[in-house]
Design a protein around this ligand. Structure first.
Ligand SMILES: NC(=O)C1=CN([C@@H]2O[C@H](COP(=O)(O)OP(=O)(O)OC[C@H]3O[C@@H](n4cnc5c(N)ncnc54)[C@H](O)[C@@H]3O)[C@@H](O)[C@H]2O)[C@H](O)CC1
Ligand SMILES: [K+]
Length: 501
């Protein structure tokens, strides 16, 4: 699914009005009706206070209020006083006046505000995607009033005060903290940044039937990785395929005391369809690998402790390095030598491989074009330094990816794949139960298998994060978030592939 900047959404909105065609007031009515249909079963019989602004977000709120009143809900409307209501908002205010029970408070000062019980639901329709500066004055007062009530707030389209994209210069006091946000047609970019979760709460998309032609025509740099995107990226097997055509991957992982990372990554790679897997492990640990992953071939390092050498790379269709290798000087030298010999072979670097590169900046210049790096936030910080907010983090990632022509996979909620072109893919699968040891090692194995099958690097990264998250979601259904461990993700890979194809 595409994610658009809010200015493109306004364009799609306008195109829909002109080409469906539909009157803008009727598009607003359709959006509000769909919103009502979602809210009605969730908040049956609860009293509502609907806070509306002068723009079209307020128009949605007034149309919703009418629907709530007609369905018998106790509904009080607080309208921010303004001299210039949008045309459709003014029309919805007019329609509301024809309903006998309607109570509209024109907000001028705090004395005007209704008293609220803990049972109340507040609907926030103050500002939507038209916001163009931080809130101040009466609007700010209303947001602070809502946030201090400590009752459930539901935001229409976007929490009022939150910008759709960059919130760097915003005032955190002037943003509604919603329990839920029902957003029209597309997620907004800012919803995908962890720091904005406290504003959006749990968010959900409401399809309001915007014009599919315009949606496919307008280009964007942002995508939400859903099943359709992943399915189109995954290669099919032909009946003539054999293990030699499914890729021979090399995984360099593990060190004395950290063999779990190597085992998890190796098992994930095999469960993700690699034809052959060779794992490079320290001398004294090879029995562990043979016993834990009998399907893997083992290349035994001369060192008892760590990665210090690697086999002839020309045998391998893709190479993965990092999980559990440590950052001691011999491993550093070996990674440096590996980067010197890698040529343009597909490569994924994770964990300690990233930490080594962060500590030895000259190695950044040796990264082959199209290499995939999968840092978690701590590793990414070591690589590029601090950031002030998540928007800036994304800017830094785009800069790094462009400069070094690599693909970054920023791990976390909505894991983000950043391409050298600046295009970003945000993952839709995964859950907090996956914040557990070894989860990242599993991802490395999955992407390595895909790279080994000659998938383009960006496709392997995008499909890999989706499948990894989906396997985590499937495992979570039986394990729950607390008990979920990395091995459960591996066990669910089969179902994740089946469900996606
Ligand atoms: N395609 C859709 O998704 C549809 C969206 N709908 C709803 O419309 C809003 C967007 O409406 P818009 O009128 O453009 O914006 P707002 O309601 O956010 O109002 C903006 C309004 O306020 C002024 N303004 C901007 N920033 C400030 C500020 N800090 N302080 C004061 N005033 C400000 C600005 O100049 C505008 O005049 C969208 O979110 C949906 O809820 C449609 O109803 C259906 C289709
Ligand atoms: K809103």
């Amino acid at each position: 699914m595409k994610i658009f900047p809010v200015k493109s959404i306004a364009e799609i909105d306008q195109y829909t009005i002109e080409n469906e065609p539909i009157l803008s007031i009727n598009l607003m009515e359709r959006a509000s009706r769909r919103l009502f249909d979602v809210l009605d079963p969730i908040y049956r019989n609860r009293p509502f206070v609907v806070v509306a602004g002068a723009g079209n977000n307020g128009g949605d709120a007034l149309a919703l209020s009418r629907m709530l009143l007609l369905a018998g809900y106790d509904t009080t409307i607080v309208l921010l006083k303004s001299d210039c209501l949008s045309t459709d908002t003014a029309l919805n205010l007019e329609r509301l006046k024809h309903i006998r029970q309607s109570k509209v408070i024109l907000y001028q000062s705090v004395e005007d505000l209704p008293s609220i019980t803990s049972n109340h639901v507040i609907v926030d329709g103050l500002f939507g995607s038209g916001l163009n500066r931080p809130l101040e004055g009466k609007a700010l007062e209303l947001v602070q009033w809502m946030n201090e009530l400590n009752v459930e707030i539901v935001s229409i389209d976007i929490p009022s005060g939150l910008m759709g994209e960059d919130n760097s210069g915003n005032n955190p006091e002037g943003i509604v903290k919603a329990r839920r946000t029902f957003t029209f047609q597309f997620p907004k970019l800012s919803f995908l940044f962890p720091e904005n979760h406290k504003y959006t709460g749990q968010w959900e998309i409401i399809d309001i039937g915007l014009h599919p032609e315009k949606i496919s025509e307008i280009t964007t740099s942002w995508y939400f990785i859903d099943r359709d995107i992943c399915r189109n990226l995954l290669p099919q097997r032909s009946c003539f395929d054999h293990k030699g055509t499914m890729g021979h991957t090399l995984l360099i992982a593990g060190s004395y005391g950290k063999m779990g990372a190597a085992v998890l990554s190796a098992r994930a790679c095999l469960k993700s369809g690699t034809g052959l897997l060779t794992v490079q492990v320290p001398h004294d640990t090879c029995q562990i690998m043979h016993a834990a992953v009998p399907e893997a071939m083992v290349n035994i390092d001369r060192s008892d402790l760590m990665f210090t050498e690697f086999p002839n790379l020309s045998t391998f269709s893709a190479i993965g390095v990092g999980p559990g290798i440590g950052i001691r000087s011999n491993a550093v030298k070996a990674l440096d030598a590996l980067l010197d010999s890698i040529g343009d072979r597909p490569l994924i670097l994770d964990a300690d491989a990233i930490n080594i590169i962060a500590q030895n900046p000259h190695m950044k210049e040796k990264l082959p074009p199209g290499a995939i790096l999968t840092p978690h936030p701590g590793e990414f910080k070591r690589l590029v330094g601090e950031w002030d907010n998540d928007f800036e983090r994304l800017e830094k990632a785009k800069e790094f990816a462009a400069q070094h022509k690599v693909i970054l996979v920023l791990k976390g909620a909505y894991t983000t794949v950043v391409l050298p072109s600046g295009v970003c893919y945000f993952n839709s699968t995964g859950n907090p139960g996956m914040a557990t040891a070894g989860s990242g090692d599993v991802l490395t194995g999955i992407i390595l298998a895909m790279l080994g099958r000659k998938m383009d690097a960006w496709k392997a990264a995008v499909a890999g994060v989706y499948i990894h998250g989906l396997a985590g979601d499937i495992a979570c259904e039986t394990e729950g978030e607390e008990a979920l461990i990395a091995s459960d993700i591996i066990s669910s890979l089969g179902k994740a592939f089946i469900n996606t194809k």
